[in-house]
Design a protein around this ligand. Structure first.
Ligand code: XBP
Ligand code: MG
Length: 258
């Protein structure tokens, strides 16, 4: 193994990767905000799946308006109005997270602890709003877990959201690491395109909305990170002699692909 390329950091996506937050988290928060604003919009499970092609909540609302309620485009305060609506959505999402109803996905907590023990840096590269990341980490791993991450890149910190590579470039820059020293873990095609465009070896753990997407270019596509008592299922990509994703497997991935 080329020790020069030893794994230095793991860059985690949030929505769909750390936790399955979309269907019963973000979607419900959007609908609650719509209700608060007196809108008769309802993003059902199917429609929300289609809208997920557009990353970012504010961008998703604008896309919905353009395609489903174009009369609203005449509002001259549209941008501010969307910002207000999205702020309400973020508050609903935070309250939902406080209930603790959305758990981390299999293997996530275990892998995070293992990487900390191995002194591998942890980072987050996500499209979602920072408040959402904090709320999810607090409710699942506890308040102190926020400090376990060396860098958290979230939301509007970069102008172009995934599939643009900007958020990964930003995080790598903050970490002062090269892509060859890192692994990205993603759940969606948009996330994969973003990470690959930043030259990152990318592992996919599919989530409920993303399992039939195109993951060409991923080092491996797995059902989840797996646990010793509940191994992952390999869907595509390279085979590693592991049944759950651990430090050693990620290190192998980083050295093989760099
Ligand atoms: C996640 C997203 C986010 C969330 C909502 O994509 O697209 O927009 O759905 O978050 P990824 P906000 O997992 O690829 O980062 O409403 O806070 O934008
Ligand atoms: Mg995701």
């Amino acid at each position: 193994m080329n020790t020069r390329n030893k794994l230095q950091a793991v860059l985690f996506d949030v929505d769909g990767t750390l936790a399955d937050t979309e269907q019963d988290g973000h979607r419900l928060a959007f609908n609650a905000a719509f209700q608060e604003f007196g809108l008769n919009w309802n993003w059902d499970i199917d429609l929300y799946g289609k809208l997920l092609q557009i990353t970012g909540g504010k961008e998703r609302i604008l896309h919905y308006i353009e395609n489903y309620v174009p009369a609203l485009l005449d509002r001259n305060d549209l941008k501010e109005w969307i910002i207000g609506l999205h702020k309400a959505k973020t508050m609903y999402f935070e309250s939902l997270m406080e209930t603790g109803r959305i758990p981390l996905r299999p293997g996530v907590a275990r892998l995070i602890q293992e990487l900390r023990q191995e002194k591998v840096k942890l980072a987050i590269a996500t499209t979602t709003t920072m408040e959402n990341v904090i709320a999810l980490l607090k409710s699942t791993l506890g308040e102190e877990s926020i400090d376990w991450f060396d860098v958290i890149g979230a939301g509007d910190i970069v102008p172009k959201k995934k599939p643009a590579p900007d958020i990964y470039h930003w995080v790598l820059n903050q970490l002062k690491l090269t892509p060859q020293q890192c692994i990205a873990i993603e759940d969606s095609e948009n996330g994969l395109r973003s990470a690959l465009a930043a030259n990152l070896t990318t592992l996919i753990t599919v989530s409920s909305y993303t399992r039939s997407q195109d993951f060409n270019g991923a080092v491996a596509v797995l059902s989840d990170l797996g646990e010793s008592f509940k191994p992952f299922t390999k869907i595509d990509g390279m085979t590693f002699n592991n049944q759950w994703v651990d430090y050693q497997m990620l290190n192998k991935m980083a050295s093989i692909t760099s």
